[in-house]
Write a protein that binds this ligand. Structure first.
Ligand code: HEM
Length: 209
């Protein structure tokens, strides 16, 4: 869905800004390699967070069973109750996120350390996603490299455009995870010689796998 959004009119502005931010931090053009060992472009980190928030991947999280009675207002929720956290609702909570239904990576810039859960895509609490750090690194690298290598443009036919609405884009609304309806976008290569060099380098590094 992040790629889908980047193909939209607002996505063109976001890509332009992202590309400028990458170039500012890496004027020598080594972002492709450096992103594997460091995370120095805050706008890309913010873009990843906003993608995770806006299209909450597991909208109702995983079922969890309580192990003790929980007093709640005038009631007691007995041990053994199954809970689902409505992460979609939390990610769109207007008391927590300003204009939650707008896609806006800027909301994640200049947030001081220790500000708490940035979004609920990974759940929350002691059983939140055990792979969130790995997933964040992968997404940062993927978006930085995609934006470095390509301009993501709309498909040739309007009928192939993605549905961007976080509920309507889901192929199976009752499934555990958000499964985007099929769509097309275009990838316009920024610099073919560079891209071919990067691909050759990757082929070389992974040939033993
Ligand atoms: C963008 C990618 C990912 C998303 C959005 C995601 C999301 C989630 C969510 C929402 C939960 C449930 C949290 C809760 O109930 O509060 C979860 C659990 C979990 N995830 Fe992920 N996940 C991602 C990637 C990964 C990766 C890469 C790994 C492993 C390398 C991983 C391993 C796990 C495990 C082991 C749990 C269960 C944790 C537990 O029950 O204590 N996830 N994930």
């Amino acid at each position: 869905m992040g790629i889908a959004y980047l193909s939209s009119a607002h996505g063109q502005e976001i890509q332009k800004r992202a590309y400028e931010e990458i170039t500012k931090v890496y004027p020598d053009g080594d972002a492709w390699e450096r992103c594997l060992v460091e995370e120095k472009v805050p706008y890309i980190t913010a873009l990843v967070k906003e993608v995770l928030r806006f299209w909450t991947v597991i909208p109702i999280c995983l079922p969890r069973v309580s192990i003790k009675d929980i007093p709640w207002k005038d009631a007691v929720i007995p041990a053994g109750t199954t809970f689902f956290m409505n992460a979609y609702a939390a990610d769109n909570d207007e008391t927590h996120f300003k204009s939650p239904f707008s896609f806006n990576p800027d909301r994640y810039l200049d947030i001081p350390d220790g500000s708490g859960t940035p979004h609920y895509a990974y759940g929350a609490g002691s059983r939140m996603c055990a792979g969130s750090h790995l997933a964040n690194r992968e997404l940062y690298t993927a978006f930085l490299r995609l934006i470095s290598a390509f301009e993501i443009v709309p498909a040739k036919n309007r009928a192939d455009d993605p549905i961007l609405d976080p509920l309507e884009c889901n192929m199976t609304k009752t499934s555990l995870t958000l499964d985007p309806k099929p769509f097309k976008v275009g990838f316009r290569v920024r610099d073919r010689a560079k891209l071919e060099g990067w691909i050759r380098g990757s082929d070389e590094r992974t040939k033993g796998l």
